[in-house]
Design a protein around this ligand. Sequence first.
Ligand code: COA
Length: 378
Amino acid sequence: MPSEKQATVVISGTGLWTPEHIITNEELVASYNAWTDKYNMEHAAAIQAGKLEPMQKSSVEFIVKASGIKQRYAYIKEGILDIERMRPAIPERPEDSLSDQAEIALHAAREAMKAANKNAADIDAVIVSCAYTQRAYPAIAIEVQNELGIKGFGFDMLVACSAATFALHRGYEMIAAGTARCVLLINPELTSPQVDYCNRDSHFIFGDVATAAIVERSDTCTALHSYDILSTKAMTQFSSNVRSNFGYLSRASDADPFSADKLFHQNGRKVYKEVCPMAEQHLRCHLESQGLTVPEIKRFWLHQANINMNALISNRLFGKEAGMDLAPIVLDRYANTASAGSIIAFHLYNQDLSSGDIGVICSFGAGYSIGSLIVRKR
Ligand code: COA
């Protein structure tokens, strides 16, 4: 296929679904603090006897300073702020109804398909890739494929914070290998059910969102804004510093399937110290491997977990704080959306680049896992 030699692999469209419900820091802290009052009152005797530590209050100032997060979106807000519940109330749907995650995936998928001028017949594969899927099988991706009327195949994959970049890598490889002409990648990050809203160390961290992207050959691309994928790079290194033990073995181990360790938990200080240098090193190596240097990069669409992590990585890479133009921040509005953060940043802040401008999409986090793509505006 002579034309295949010239064809590159491109990102030709992205989509973003933002839930309608916002939870501000003020609302979250008010609810958490009311819950601690209730807890401390209910356990007053044990606390007074020195058998139990009282729960400490959370604060808006701490959250903004420690994370940069000012608010987060919630798929279902009901229940989260209710001090008798402290978790979202998401009713179970019958098996013949669309699942929650497929529903939010579809919103983002349809937007990405529209941006890329693609219909179901153009797409050969669907990958749903995120931090959690609401069931083991059938794959959410196959449900989405069915809803959209896409032929071919679909599968789910989980890589926590790097699920979106790793899925883009798989899409890139499928197009490059010729096993698919066009791939739809979706990140329905429904994180709120896994947040421990009774833990002040982490109750503020996550938000819900869904992102999607279309990857295809350049010779089929008709999109207004598209990016050649010049290179991909991934690395993983095992760490339990960000972990959830939720899983199907709980039934067999007789463990409480909803205890604190079955929800998101982390050693935040260690994550900060270990992941930032890894991400910086990864980015430098990736750029060097392509004969590129940091000043040649017009924009970094970085993972969006914590403002201080991004500031440290920026300082190490650029020798200064990166402004919104060089490394846009969305975590103030969206909070940490697991793998979707760098894709939200890319979606919202890519259209102003000029043809030939080079940018980097990069995720980093649980696993540990780091994934990056060097892209060039067409
Ligand atoms: N409100 C008020 N005080 C709080 C608080 C809250 N919500 N949560 C924790 N604190 C207290 C702690 O108990 C601690 O008190 P102590 O000094 O008396 O022990 C103090 O504030 C500092 O806590 P610490 O956990 O050391 O804060 P930090 O500055 O490291 O910030 C993170 C916490 C999680 C924001 C930070 O470690 C971080 O950004 N980590 C990167 C990891 C990350 O973002 N991961 C996301 C998933 S990949």
